[in-house]
Write a protein that binds this ligand. Structure first.
Ligand code: ZN
Length: 413
């Protein structure tokens, strides 16, 4: 059973003075500059500034999100209305710390982010998933129980206790039952993510831990690096491994952690303040977060009727086109200002005939977590719809506008 921190001493929150923090950030930034293989290990604390509560903060925490979930359970207490907690995690906007990690990955400095968070914010922030190991799953990701195909969804996929979501694999030769990817207490962590995490822990010459992490909640099975024997070890063994290899371990957290003594540097400050301080010293700007979507449109001729075409619209992971990404709540086909067809579920496949050469609008309706407005694809007639096109849509929630581009890196809106 999950529980909060038992020792009151370890529940206390500490804050470095401005001078201490400056000195520590100077040192950490120097280590980052000199590093060859920098990794970051994140816990719930990196997401609290987005309005998602953590698990282990005490009843008298300074966090605006209020006490941790397990701490509330231990005290049989209810969350206060005044706690700055968002109702729907899908609406969370990646924090300064999340976006700083994106910039560090883009610069080639940060080799891997290993996370115990399942809020999906690391992928949503724009990190390339090849450099992310999500040890406890991702609430936007489901996988096929038969062929292990991955499916990203722009909605919460978390299913029942059995993890089945009620959806099935798209592959016609599989049709396996899909499961959410969340790891519950007592369950094994995903082997591929663990292998990635331990590979990077073996390579790292610097590991920065951001946010409190659970050291004893999730016991995980891993194959030892050299042998094939199964051992059981907590996830905190990943940063601990870096310290054991006599490489630099830095921990940024308000509370003391079980790795306090093993760490070469303990910084008591918020994750956003730590990352902002690092980026200023490295002189790397922190990018503004925008919604990034990758859309694939294909159009197949009907062999028996030249005036008929089948249009298929799909979302894909912006970083990995192999992974389907459910992006649309519905799609409408509009001719002469009238909705002539509407589909509100996958697959978004339309049989269209030529409407007397009239313009055709394909309206993409999104889930609207960030109040995204619909996006219209307008074609002068049926034949001008491309046979096969992939493009990106970028949406800046502050501007309220979509922008279509074929260049993945053409980010600023
Ligand atoms: Zn499958």
């Amino acid at each position: 059973m999950a529980h909060g921190i038992s020792d009151p001493e370890n529940k206390k929150e500490h804050f470095d003075s401005a001078t201490e923090l400056n000195e520590k950030l100077d040192l950490l930034s120097q280590w980052i500059k000199e590093s060859q293989h920098f990794i970051v290990f994140t816990g719930a604390g990196i997401s609290t500034s987005t309005g998602i509560p953590d698990f282990r903060s005490g009843m008298d925490t300074v966090l605006k999100t209020g006490p941790g979930e397990w701490e509330l359970e231990d005290h049989k207490a209810k969350r206060l209305k005044s706690d700055a907690v968002i109702d729907d995690m899908q609406t969370a906007i990646p924090s300064i710390a999340h976006m700083a990690l994106v910039a560090l990955q883009n610069q080639g400095i940060l080799k891997c982010v290993i996370s115990q968070n399942c809020d999906g914010l690391h992928l949503r922030s724009g990190l390339n998933p090849t450099g992310v190991a999500e040890l406890h799953g991702n609430m936007n990701l489901e996988t096929c129980s038969k062929c292990e195909a991955k499916y990203l969804r722009d909605f919460d996929t978390v299913g029942t206790r059995t993890h089945y979501t009620g959806r099935r694999c798209d592959k016609l030769n599989c049709r396996g039952r899909l499961k959410d990817s969340i790891i519950d207490f007592g369950e094994d962590l995903p082997q591929d993510e663990l292998d990635k995490a331990f590979y990077h822990a073996e390579q790292a010459d610097l590991c920065l831990v951001l946010g409190n992490f659970s050291s004893d909640m999730f016991l995980l099975k891993k194959k030892t690096i050299l042998g094939s024997s199964l051992t059981v070890t907590p996830a905190s063994d990943i940063p601990k491994r870096v310290a054991k290899r006599k490489q630099n371990l830095a921990i940024g957290n308000l509370q003391r952690t079980p790795l306090h003594k093993a760490a070469a540097l303990n910084i008591h400050a918020f994750s956003d303040a730590i990352t902002q301080g690092i980026m200023e010293r490295l002189n790397i700007p922190i990018p503004t977060w925008i919604v990034r979507r990758r859309v694939h449109i294909s159009c197949q001729h009907n062999s028996r009727n030249q005036n008929k075409k089948q249009i298929i619209l799909e979302g894909r992971d912006p970083n990995n086109p192999e992974i389907p990404f459910t992006l649309f709540e519905s799609i409408q086909i509009i001719v002469d200002q009238k909705v002539i067809k509407e589909i509100a579920h996958q697959p978004f496949t339309f049989d269209l005939v030529d409407y007397d050469q009239q313009p055709i609008t394909i309206r993409l309706n999104f889930f609207g977590h960030y109040n995204e407005i619909p996006f219209d694809l307008t074609y002068s007639n049926l034949t001008s719809i491309p046979n096969d096109e992939q493009f990106y849509l970028f949406y800046n929630p502050m501007m309220g506008q979509w922008r279509k581009t074929t260049n993945k890196d053409d980010l600023p809106v």
